[in-house]
Design a protein around this ligand. Structure first.
Ligand code: AMP
Length: 590
């Protein structure tokens, strides 16, 4: 039970005594050694949370619930939209499989601080591998299975994993995508050589195992179980790469202690969920929402998590919600548009347990949210997130008895505790501009960037003059403290809620011998929210038939087909400013 009845009371508690507020929140976690301080400045200028405390994130997400009598409760429910399989795992079964797989990883030499790269789709085994790493104090690095070999190789070199875990195939819709070629090519292209690979063999397309390199996931799972290893609160739990601003993916590092505390609090405060409640997120485990709300938050809270492989139709969502008494659904605007296109109607009493629907990840237009509200006949609310923050910066707070103001439900809400947004207008006197967050950020946010085998302070995110974190999102704040989002200030493009950098695409296109210059911009897309469009100045004019398809294919092979670049438009020159910078905004509105 939360001690505040209103948003203002909660906000006041968090700002008047942040140490007391967060130490109290930390009581939701089972610590090996309880922390005595919340926030501590680090020598490198960033901040640690709960330093001095020790814990194990896997113990908190799994073992302690078994010990508390929840062993038979479903912990994880997985459905594949590709194969139509559904599996349910109780907390006791999850504990068995995670502890066994941790034993298998340990037998391969994985220990505290080692990185394990997991390149697998949204599957039970992906979640098991993540939790097994957490159990050993190892650092998991999940890579979205849709990435092409070059991107996988780049991430292997960035985090130098001891072991790579992969599935033998993934799916695009219902089409099988074998993983063998991508994995082999990535390993051949990377400078770093992992000690071995662990393969989840899937019936749809088993992989030819490479002797001396590959181990079978399901065999390793049967190793003697290992107990959770306590780690320091500030030790890394995972690295998750994200793109934007520099064209080079950045490995966002999440700590153990702050992450566990922030996510546990958020389950109650934002989503209004407690032990035993069922939470369903449609995000892939390769993205931040999948990490936070597909795996960790529902399990830390003793709830049940429903995860899906692929993009579920309205009827699949309805069936999963009805069968498993889902209380909260967390999805994207793109997913809602897919449902709207399919003409689904979920109103009425078919989903009696469903209390509310949350969306995040990309701009949600009010008509879509209004449609969703009518469709579900439930509150449908928006909130604002980044991979870097790990939980929502602004939200609506359904754990508080006070009703959320109806006027701001379509918007991204008010700041979550510990987040203090300020707007920096580009032109003095304007009310809108880039949103900065005052430091320190609350627990759960990036502990730093992974670089050259170590944790570095996130200097690319620091505003000039220090003291603030740059979100690279633009917006404004109204008197009622509601934050309103206007869009990104950098090159990030959100394709179906998935983040890709325009500069990253440009780098691939620029490597083509027939390209003189290029610019990639985001344009609105009726289904996927945004899609990339490339403007290309060819090396010789006019461009020849077939060049556009060649360039699009190069991007698909370099980054992954999910990026969906189809429009390659040839121009004689790109619009530039007097100082020679390409005017991407002009192109985006062309
Ligand atoms: P990601 O790191 O993939 O979660 O992407 C984060 C970015 O997605 C943010 O910086 C925003 O630009 C965008 N975003 C996230 N949530 C929302 C939202 N509710 N409305 C508009 N844009 C959003």
């Amino acid at each position: 039970m939360l001690p505040w009845t209103t948003y203002d009371a909660m906000r006041h508690a968090a700002s008047a005594d942040p140490e007391g507020f967060w130490l109290e929140a930390a009581r939701r976690i089972a610590w090996e050694q309880a922390p005595v301080a919340a926030c501590r400045p680090r020598a490198d200028g960033w901040h640690d949370w709960f330093a001095g405390g020790t814990l194990n994130s896997c113990h908190n997400a799994v073992d302690r619930h078994v010990a508390a009598g929840r062993g038979e409760q479903p912990a994880l429910i997985w459905h594949s939209c590709a194969t139509q399989e559904t599996r349910s795992l109780s907390y006791a079964a999850l504990q068995r499989r995670v502890a066994g797989f941790a034993g298998g990883l340990r037998a391969l030499g994985v220990g505290k601080g080692d990185r394990v790269l997991i390149a697998a789709p949204c599957m039970v085994e992906t979640a098991i591998a993540m939790l097994a790493c957490a159990r050993l104090g190892a650092v998991h690095v999940v890579v979205f299975a849709g990435y092409a070999a070059a991107e996988l190789a780049r991430r292997i070199d960035d985090v130098t994993p001891k072991i790579v875990v992969a599935a033998s195939c993934s799916f695009q819709g219902r089409t099988v995508v074998p993983a063998q070629a991508t994995l082999d090519e990535a390993l051949a292209g990377a400078v770093h050589v992992p000690d071995g690979c662990v393969i989840v063999q899937r019936a749809s397309c088993p992989m030819r195992m490479v002797a001396g390199r590959d181990h079978d996931f399901h065999v390793l799972e049967r190793y003697p179980p290992v107990a959770p290893v306590p780690v320091r609160a500030e030790d890394p739990l995972y690295v998750l790469h994200t793109s934007g601003t520099t064209g080079t993916p950045k490995g966002i590092v999440r700590d153990n202690g702050g992450h566990a505390v922030a996510l546990s609090l958020s389950m109650e405060l934002i989503y209004g969920c407690g032990p035993g409640d069922c939470f369903f997120t449609t995000s892939d485990l390769g993205w931040v929402v999948g990490h936070s709300y597909g795996v960790y938050a529902p399990l830390l809270g003793g709830g049940t998590s429903v995860i899906v492989e692929g993009c579920p139709s309205g009827s699949v969502i309805e069936r999963l919600c009805a069968t498993h008494d889902v209380k909260c659904l967390f999805t994207t605007p793109t997913q809602l548009r897919v449902m709207r296109q399919g003409g689904v109607d979920l109103s009425g009493s078919r989903l009696p347990a469903l209390k509310r629907v949350f969306v995040a990840g990309e701009y949600a237009d009010p008509t879509l949210l209004d449609w969703a509200r009518a469709c579900f006949d439930r509150p449908v609310v928006n909130h604002w997130w980044q991979t870097e923050t790990g939980w929502s910066i602004t939200a609506h707070f359904f754990g508080l008895p006070e009703a959320e103001p109806a006027a701001i439900l379509n918007d991204i809400g008010r700041p979550a505790p510990g987040f203090s947004p300020v707007v920096r207008p580009a032109v003095a006197g304007e009310t809108s501009g880039e949103i900065l967050l005052a430091l320190p950020l609350p627990p759960g946010c990036l502990a730093g960037i992974w670089k050259a085998g170590a944790l570095r302070p996130p200097t690319t995110y620091l505003a000039e003059g220090g003291g603030c974190y740059r979100t690279f999102d633009e917006g404004l704040i109204t008197d009622d403290r509601a934050v309103h989002m206007l869009g990104r200030s950098d090159d990030v493009i959100k394709v179906a809620g998935r983040r890709v950098s325009g500069v990253q695409i440009e780098k691939i296109i620029a490597g083509h011998e027939k390209v003189h210059a290029c610019a990639v911009v985001a344009v609105s897309d009726g289904l996927r929210g945004q899609r990339p469009v490339a403007y290309v100045v060819p090396a010789s004019w006019p461009a020849q038939p077939g060049w556009a398809a060649e360039i699009a294919e190069r991007v698909a092979c370099g980054l992954g087909r999910w990026v969906g670049l189809k429009e390659v438009l040839f121009v004689r020159q790109l619009p530039t400013t007097v100082s020679g910078k390409i005017m991407r905004r002009t192109l985006a509105t062309a």
